[in-house]
Design a protein around this ligand. Structure first.
Ligand SMILES: N[C@@H](CCC(=O)N[C@@H](CS)C(=O)NCC(=O)O)C(=O)O
Length: 221
């Protein structure tokens, strides 16, 4: 198998999930950092017709959508396995991945990420405070459900780390950068502790925003 490239924006929890999975597999990769406007170009749309990140590329094979990328990485590089062998645990992993996409990120990313990070820092516009307040309630509810799935286990499906743990920890870290997310996480201490444990893994340490900037952005001057 040839060189792997992951195209994505630094700071995206979806992109980070793909990178963490590759790090956990000990698999080398090239990260191609993109800015928001690059996602609209025909060159990028050839990789990802919906103009989102990440996109994964290897030997002319391109796959987009984070869950597809995560499962592909897990099947392509079997060790260590990041999908539980048991039928029910595997279903639970899939349930968590879909919960993140359908019920957590819709508010965490599209509302809080947009209003608290993109709007003030990139677009230089005021946040929609009412939308943020509504999103905080829905995020708190989604985190409560996910905390219930975690229970008192070390990982979401049991003792071993899976793709679900990787994705959720990336999303928690992203969420913690907003005041609403920080408050919602503080309401679920076991989930908060899980996020902190995951953040200590070298795969997470090596994919923080400063680490990605240091590793993959050309140095100025
Ligand atoms: N369903 C997609 C969602 C990816 C996604 O929404 N990524 C965000 C960054 S966190 C993005 O590309 N935003 C750019 C935009 O919406 O224009 C996946 O799982 O890969």
């Amino acid at each position: 198998m040839g060189d792997i490239s992951v195209h994505g924006m630094i700071g995206s929890p979806f992109v980070r999930s793909a990178l963490v999975a590759l790090e956990e597999k000990g698999q080398g990769y090239r990260f191609v950092p993109l800015k928001l406007d690059a996602l609209r170009t025909p060159e990028y749309r050839a990789l990802h017709p919906f103009g989102r990140v990440p996109a994964f590329e290897q030997d002319g094979f391109v796959v987009y959508e984070t869950q597809a990328i995560l499962r592909h990485v897990d099947r392509a590089f079997p060790e260590p396995a990041l999908t539980p062998r048991g039928l029910e645990a595997a279903a639970r992993m899939d349930q968590v991945l879909n919960t993140i996409d359908s019920y957590l990120f819709a508010d965490a990313g599209a509302v809080l990420g947009f209003n608290r990070i993109i709007a003030p820092r990139i677009l230089k516009v005021d946040p929609d405070e009412e939308a943020c307040a509504r999103a905080e309630k829905r995020v708190a509810r989604a985190l409560g459900v996910l905390a219930g799935v975690l229970g008192d286990k070390p990982h979401l499906t049991g003792d071993a780390m899976t793709l679900a743990d990787i994705a959720l920890a990336c999303h928690l870290d992203f969420l913690a950068a907003t005041p609403e997310g920080e408050r919602a996480i503080a309401m679920v201490p076991r989930l908060a502790a899980f996020g902190l444990r995951m953040a200590e893994r070298s795969s997470f340490v090596d994919t923080t925003i400063p680490a990605l900037v240091r590793r993959f952005l050309p140095k100025k001057g």
